[in-house]
Design a protein around this ligand. Structure first.
Ligand code: PEP
Ligand code: MG
Length: 823
């Protein structure tokens, strides 16, 4: 500033900052904010900014005098004039958005011993003295060094606000720092106190802790706050959207009288009672939303039916429903494009609306904690066996199945239960995979949990619950609560469909679902899946079908084996008819049997490492009729449906391949089955064949496999298990939480695809496969196919599609769009 300019030229009246070429570095976040409000024509309280580079000079008496003069000019009122009363508010803001803790917010500067009684008479109830006392204490304690303890004692003894203000004044006087009666001197002292606090060693330490520059500057702001009677004046806060419905429907609270500095414990009134009516806020908030491209919150004051904004900001993390409806509203109105709309909604927002969610009060008792294995929440009585789950649920009880782990024989129990809790097993173990498929909330690997079957009780961290006691399961956080917690039902809506439709238009990758039967497939289609990326045919033999597959697997002679196979194929054809009917003309990937023997046969399987044993294509090589029988069931189902005009695109997939010859043998059997069908019916069934890539060796010899296959799907559950040598069933709860806690890995590789190791194998396989077979279709069907971070990696690697459990399909559609936008 040049010497010849008046002091007032250093102040920047609200709305003039940008015109003077200043930005947040000088104006602070509040200065920029009010500039924007003025620019879009909204009413702002009269005031000005003392920019960062000048802030220290406000402690000078001549500068403070000039400040008061300017404020009076802007407000058109004189401080101390009883007919048009006005006081000053001092606040500060920094150049860093999001720095926590307001350096100062002092309403009530300019009140003096001479005017206090008169002003209090206008507002009523001693409120003005409350504000006055706060100013005296702030200036006394932080500016003049009067002991905070003395203020606290005086505060404790005073019985009214007026008494308190008088006691504080006396304290300052006695300490040799009388509180000034001159408004400008008050401003100078308040500015000095603010800057002292801001530059104190403690404040600097705090900034360092926040990762902020120690010497970060602040801008000071002074506003004119008009004083009026409570029936015509007050102040409040409001948000543009109702957090429950997400609709534009301003909500908030309003308090009569003057702003207090400390938390005001008077209950606020609803906006309906606003003097001058709620409409004056509605148009301000609507204008703000259109300019901020987001939900808005404001602080305002009302005097004589006129609204003035004190502050306004964009709500950075609106409630989930608000985020979605707002994105759709703004896109519908052409204010933002589809890309911005989709980008503005996070996957967590979607999850919150798609699954039931617990609503905590803070008084809930945590019983156990495990892995968040399947999103959602449920309340029910503990049952310790699948049989009891079925029995009690048939009587109408909501039940939670609590078990060490689950196996295919537990399907009926899992279906009957509202939620699942296991003490063992990880995110890719049976209970987790099945619960996710069914959309049931599940907490798995709660290692502290012990089940005492003899006494029909469950123990965790010294607490015991009996079978029949009520628990609540939060599958999104992995916490089990004792007793019933409040659960909010899922709230999908047309706005969600509209948003996901826009996401579909932006994504490159396809999104399919893992579904094994008509019921799951119907949910998948309803959730927007474009096809089935994995039908695990062994899952069709769970529950009451289990004896069929057991009989086949345990057959001791060829006759018995053949008979069992016929029964198995017949049952399978029924299931295929069911599934394919739902999918109509969409693609359906049917994976031939991959039954880890222990899951089907229990202890009689006698394998030391069943997950590395006679599984997948290996069993088919030992039992050569198996895959052809399954393929025959599939093709004959297609023939039957095609007569009714239903013609799904069949893709037959071979699991757990590690050797090129395994795939060749399996494909030969599948082609043989198709040829037999053609010979019998005269119909050529269209289908493609492909392989899963689930073993590291398969990934490394992808070229040898790709010449035989028309598609490949990465089975990243097994691929992760085999790449790390981590058992997918056990290691998670026992080990990986420790690894994560110790920062050895950011997250379990079963939850989020490991970009370095497993990702590297996938990249190699993709490159090699495309080199020898450029048109090969490449996807993923492990659990990672529903995880947003893994989906982003799949986009970067260039896969053609992801496939995940039906309940995760909407999230995958959004995540695939996000990945395409940022990719
Ligand atoms: C996989 O291993 O990723 C996969 C999809 O197969 P499953 O989970 O059935 O072993
Ligand atoms: Mg697998």
């Amino acid at each position: 500033m040049s010497q010849t300019q008046p002091i007032s030229a250093m102040f920047v009246p609200y709305g003039q900052g940008r015109a003077r070429g200043m930005d947040q570095a000088e104006l602070g976040s509040h200065g920029v904010e009010v500039d924007r409000l003025v620019a879009i024509g909204l009413p702002v309280v009269p005031g000005f900014t003392v920019p960062v580079s000048q802030a220290a000079s406000l402690a000078r008496p001549d500068v403070a005098h000039a400040a008061v003069d300017l404020l009076q000019q802007l407000a058109g009122r004189q401080i101390g004039d009883p007919s048009h009363p006005v006081v000053m508010r001092l606040l500060a803001s920094t150049s860093v958005t999001g720095a926590t803790g307001a350096p100062v917010d002092l309403a009530g500067l300019g009140i003096t011993t001479r005017t206090a009684a008169l002003l209090d008479g206008i507002v009523g109830g001693g409120a003005l003295y409350d504000v006055f006392a706060a100013v005296i204490r702030y200036v006394g304690e932080h500016g003049s060094g009067v002991s905070g303890d003395d203020f606290a004692d005086a505060d404790y003894t005073a019985t009214t606000h007026a008494e308190r203000a008088a006691a504080f004044l006396e304290l300052c006087r006695a300490a040799g720092h009388p509180f000034p009666d001159d408004p400008a001197e008050q401003v100078a002292l308040a500015a000095e106190a603010t800057l002292k606090r801001w530059n104190s060693p403690r404040a600097r330490r705090h900034r360092r802790g926040q990762g902020l520059p120690e010497h970060l500057g602040i801008a000071l702001h002074i506003q004119a706050v008009r004083i009026g009677p409570p029936d015509a004046a007050g102040h409040g806060v409001a948000e543009s959207r109702d957090p429950v419905t997400g609709r534009f429907d301003p909500t908030g609270t309003f308090r009569r009288g003057v702003r207090r500095t400390a938390n005001d414990d008077r209950p606020g009134e609803s906006l309906e009672h606003l003097p001058g009516g709620r409409d004056i806020l509605i148009s301000a908030l609507r204008t703000l939303e259109l300019h901020l491209h987001g939900a808005a919150s404001v602080e305002f004051e009302v005097r004589d039916g006129e609204l003035a904004l004190l502050a306004a900001r964009k709500i950075e993390r609106p409630a989930p429903r608000t985020a979605i409806r707002l994105a759709v509203d703004l896109a519908d109105a052409g204010i933002i494009d589809d890309e911005s709309a989709v980008r503005s909604v996070r996957n967590e927002d979607l999850e919150a609306l798609l699954h039931p969610q617990v609503q905590l009060t803070g008084r809930e008792a945590e019983f156990a904690r495990g892995l968040p294995a399947a999103a959602g929440a449920a309340v029910g009585r503990i049952v310790l066996s699948s049989d009891r789950a079925v029995e009690w649920s048939e009587k109408g009880d909501a039940v939670i199945l609590v078990s060490e782990e689950t196996s295919p024989g537990d399907l009926a129990g899992i279906l009957a239960a509202k939620g699942i809790v296991t003490s063992r097993g990880g995110l890719a173990a049976h209970a987790a995979v099945v619960a996710r498929g069914l959309g049931r909330p599940a907490v798995c690997g709660a290692t502290n949990l012990r089940i005492d079957h003899a006494n029909r009780a469950v123990l965790s961290a010294g607490h015991a619950l009996a079978e029949g006691d009520v628990v609540s399961v939060d599958g999104s956080t992995g916490i089990v609560y004792s007793g019933a917690v409040n659960v909010v039902p899922p709230r999908p809506g047309s706005d969600l469909d509209s948003l996901l439709g826009r996401a579909d238009g932006l994504r490159r990758m396809g999104v399919r679902a893992n579904a094994d039967n008509g019921r799951d497939a119907a949910l998948a289609v309803q959730n927007g899946a474009e096809g089935i990326g994995l039908c695990r045919t062994e899952h069709q033999f769970l529950g009451d079908r289990l004896p069929l597959v057991r009989r086949y697997l345990l057959a001791t002679d060829t006759e018995e084996e053949a008979e069992a196979l016929v029964a198995l194929a017949a049952a399978q054809k029924e299931d295929f008819l069911d599934l394919l009917t739902v999918m109509d003309a969409r693609p359906v990937t049917v994976r031939l049997l991959d039954a880890p023997l222990h899951e089907f046969l229990g202890d009689s399987a006698h394998e030391v490492n069943p997950m590395l044993g006679l599984r997948g294509v290996r069993l088919a090589l030992m039992r050569t009729e198996l895959y052809p029988a399954q393929a025959t069931a599939l093709f004959s189902a297609w023939v039957e449906l095609s007569a009714k005009g239903v013609t799904p695109q069949l893709e037959v997939m071979v699991p757990l391949v590690a050797v090129a010859g395994e795939l060749a043998t399996a494909i030969e059997g599948i082609h043989g089955a198709a040829a037999d069908i053609e010979a019998h019916t005269g119909i050529t069934v269209p289908y493609t064949v492909g392989t899963m890539i689930e073993t590291p060796r398969a990934a490394l010899i992808a070229d040898q496999l790709a010449v035989q296959a028309q598609f490949m799907s990465f089975g990243t559950n097994d691929l992760t298990q085999l790449t790390y040598g981590f058992s997918r069933d056990d290691v998670e709860a026992q080990l990986l939480s420790t690894y994560v806690e110790r920062n050895l890995m950011p997250v379990s590789p079963f939850a989020s695809l490991d970009p370095d190791g497993v990702g590297s194998l996938i990249r190699t396989a993709v490159a090699e496969a495309r080199r020898v077979n450029p048109t090969i279709k490449l996807g993923i069907c492990g659990e990672h196919g529903g995880d947003p971070a893994s989906i982003e990696l799949c986009e970067r690697i260039g896969l053609d599609y992801v496939s995940c459990s039906p309940a995760r399909v909407p999230g995958a559609r959004l995540a695939a769009a996000h990945a395409a936008i940022t990719g």
